[in-house]
Design a binder for this molecule. Structure first.
Ligand code: CMP
Length: 131
C-alpha cells in the first residue's frame, strides 16, 4: 500500500463537484484515510507550490488556490501515486485522456479541478504539509 495527496481545488468545490470526485476515487479503489476542508492562506499555498517558484503562472495560481475552500485528502491504494495521476489525467484538460477527471470537469490549465502528488517522495512531503 502507498499514499498520495489529492486536493479538490476551489473551482471544483464552487461547482459542487466534491461528491463526483470522491465517487470517482472510491470506485477506482482509493481509500480516503484523511480528509479536511479549508481555505488556504497565501503562506500555505505558496509553500505548497514552492517547486514552481519563478514560474510565470505562480502568482495567479496562488491567488486561485486561496480564492475559496479546497478539500485535502490523503489516499491509500497499491501504486497510489501513479494510479491517481492516471485517473485525473494531464495538467491541461485539453490534453487529458478521455474519461479522466480533468477531461470531464476541469475548466482550463489553471482551474484544473484537482491536484495529485507526482512521486512517492512528494506524496510523503505533501501529506505532511497538511496533515
Ligand atoms: P497542479 O497539478 O496543482 O500543479 C501546478 C499547478 O499550476 C497546476 O496543477 C495548475 O493548476 C497550475 N498551472 C497554471 N498554469 C500552468 C502551466 N502553464 N503549466 C503547469 N501548471 C500550470
Amino acid at each position: 500500500m502507498s499514499r498520495t495527496l489529492l486536493i479538490v481545488k476551489p473551482d471544483a468545490v464552487e461547482r459542487n463537484l466534491i461528491g463526483y470526485i470522491v465517487g470517482r476515487l472510491e470506485r477506482a479503489g482509493f481509500k480516503i484515510v484523511e480528509m479536511r476542508m479549508l481555505t488556504l492562506d497565501e503562506t500555505k499555498a505558496r509553500s505548497f507550490y514552492a517547486v514552481h517558484e519563478g514560474k510565470p503562472f505562480l502568482n495567479d495560481l496562488v491567488k486561485f488556490m486561496t480564492s475559496g475552500p479546497v478539500v485535502l485528502m490523503a489516499l491509500e491504494k497499491e501504486n497510489a501515486v501513479e494510479d491517481l495521476r492516471t485517473l485525473i489525467g494531464a495538467t491541461d484538460p485539453a490534453k487529458a485522456a478521455c474519461g479522466t477527471i480533468r477531461q470531464e470537469i476541469a475548466l482550463n490549465i489553471e482551474k484544473n479541478s484537482v491536484h495529485a502528488s507526482d512521486s512517492d517522495d512528494n506524496a510523503t512531503k505533501e501529506i505532511a504539509h497538511f496533515f
